[in-house]
Design a protein around this ligand. Structure first.
Ligand SMILES: [Zn+2]
Length: 494
């Protein structure tokens, strides 16, 4: 039946590489297939080949919602002898040679014998797999992992996965048109300096209080109004309250928005999705539920959930990369600084599985990180000089070089206690001060002295003399306190 499937060149090459890997003695290889690479097609080809040799296959999925979807896709790819192991599913039939299994159900039952085990979404590390792969009677049975993001810590440690096969990359899929291109703007820079890191990502409670602030939420909506052209949009929020606040803010501005989280029933999700598809709903604000298995035509992604996880980041952006007629690119409005922290998703790449031992090799070298256009907040590749979005031309290179030196001095100066200021922060401060001076009718020099007051150094030469669009409450409150301080010292002098 395998003749039913026509494989793309890299898909066939992936199957070949997988065979070579198994022949070379690897027993636990992982196939990395990004969204859009046809992971299920590759999986079906592997199953079909095993079936042609009369082998029995267990295909394991990490979520209930993936069972029926997998069965459906397998059928489309010519696999019909399927049983399901999940609760008391209609297709329960242990005599079938291909079993689609929920890992939760398997963990509670005796696992039927098989010649091949395929683990879908294998970056999700279930305890069962760890034990199962090391049981004596399974040691010689090959396990093949499938995932778009094989970057979990410890995936490649002793007794776990042992080889990585990269089917293709997101960058290549964009190049060949199988995925949509994307453009990123970083309109806001949240202050995450006080948020702790737990298990490799921001601690949620701290993240919530850092992000769920009126001015940040308002900024999400005003940026969307300005840049989105009312594209169908998915917004990722930190937690339920945060998502609801964003939803409300959208609604207050007359934008049809809805809310979804893990507790939203499947029926209700279906209805929301339907309204989204017809355009009746423009924005879905969600918490962690739209990261996988959502293939509507999304043309704008709002990142309001900062993360240090390359997996989560890639999943969120991935929602917007599905190609569609008339879609030139997906707009990414990054309010989380994630792109500036982790680089473009197309730059995230690891040669090997993480063995959990030494410090992880950094995926994105600092010099590869994107740069923000100071005029329009577009994030451009690091070596690009002029902004392709607004045409802004930075000052000549010789001056750019001295920028680094100045910033270094400025941030290392001992008067500055908090050295967390980035170039963007400094520009934001300066622009805010200029706006304040303008609004109050102060002399232009006021912003210069106020800046010097704040940073104990003059504004760097690259700081642009442009007013901000609106005043940040944080800076406003600093100005207020400065004024009070000045008034008091004047009073004392008198
Ligand atoms: Zn620009």
């Amino acid at each position: 039946m395998s003749q039913a499937i026509t494989l793309r060149e890299y898909q066939q090459q992936t199957i070949d590489k997988l065979k070579q890997s198994l022949m070379a003695g690897f027993k636990r290889p992982v196939v990395q297939a990004p969204t859009g690479a046809g992971k299920t097609v590759i999986a079906a080809a592997i199953v079909n080949q095993a079936r042609s040799k009369d082998k029995r296959v267990l295909f394991c999925v990490p979520a209930l919602s993936l069972i029926d979807q997998t069965v459906e896709r397998f059928r489309q790819n010519g696999i019909f002898d399927i049983g399901v192991i999940q609760g008391d599913h209609d297709l329960t039939d242990y005599s079938q040679p291909v079993q689609v299994c929920s890992v939760q159900t398997l963990a509670r039952r005796k696992i039927p014998l098989a010649d091949l085990v395929i683990v879908d979404e294998c970056h999700v590390m279930f305890k069962l797999y760890q034990k199962w792969m090391n049981w004596d009677e399974w040691k010689m049975v090959p396990f093949v992992g499938l995932t778009a993001t094989p970057w979990s810590k410890g995936m490649g440690s002793e007794g776990m996965w042992d080889n990585l096969i990269v089917a293709t990359t997101t960058a290549k899929l964009i190049e060949e048109g199988s995925l949509s291109d994307f453009r990123v703007y970083a309109p806001a820079h949240p202050d995450l300096s006080g948020v702790k890191t737990v298990a490799g990502d921001y601690e949620l409670k701290g993240l919530s209080s850092a992000m769920d602030q009126g001015h940040l939420v308002a900024d999400i909506v005003s940026t969307w109004m300005e840049k989105s052209e009312w594209r169908p949009t998915v917004c990722f929020a930190v937690d339920r309250l945060h998502a609801k606040h964003i939803e409300q803010q959208f609604k207050q501005h007359g934008v049809p928005a809805e809310y979804m989280d893990a507790f939203t029933s499947l029926d209700k999700r279906g209805e929301i999705l339907e309204r989204f598809k017809t355009g009746q709903t423009k924005v879905i604000c969600n918490v962690g539920v739209l990261t996988t298995g959502f293939d509507a035509d999304v043309r704008c992604v709002i990142l309001a959930r900062p993360t240090k996880s390359e997996i989560l980041y890639t999943q969120m952006i991935g929602r917007g990369l599905r190609p569609a007629a008339g879609k030139d690119h997906c707009l990414i409005l990054d309010h989380s600084d994630t792109t500036l922290r982790l680089g473009f998703v197309t730059d995230i790449h690891h040669e090997h599985l993480d063995d959990g031992s030494a410090k992880r090799s950094v995926a994105v070298k600092p010099e590869k990180l994107p740069k923000e256009c100071p005029q329009c907040h577009f994030l451009k590749p690091p070596k690009m000089r002029d902004c392709p979005a607004c045409g802004y031309q930075p000052k000549p290179k010789s001056q750019v070089e001295c920028v680094e030196g100045e910033l270094y001095e400025l941030t290392r100066g001992k008067e500055i206690k908090n050295n967390n200021y980035t170039a963007n922060d400094l520009q934001t401060w300066y622009s805010n001060l200029i706006l304040h001076a303008k609004l109050r009718g102060y002399k232009p020099g006021w912003a210069y002295w106020a800046f010097k007051d704040k940073f104990k150094a003059p504004p760097p030469s690259w700081c642009m003399n442009i007013p901000a669009k609106e005043l940040s409450p944080e800076i406003q409150s600093w100005i207020k306190h400065r004024n009070i301080r000045k008034a008091k010292s004047k009073g004392r002098a008198a």
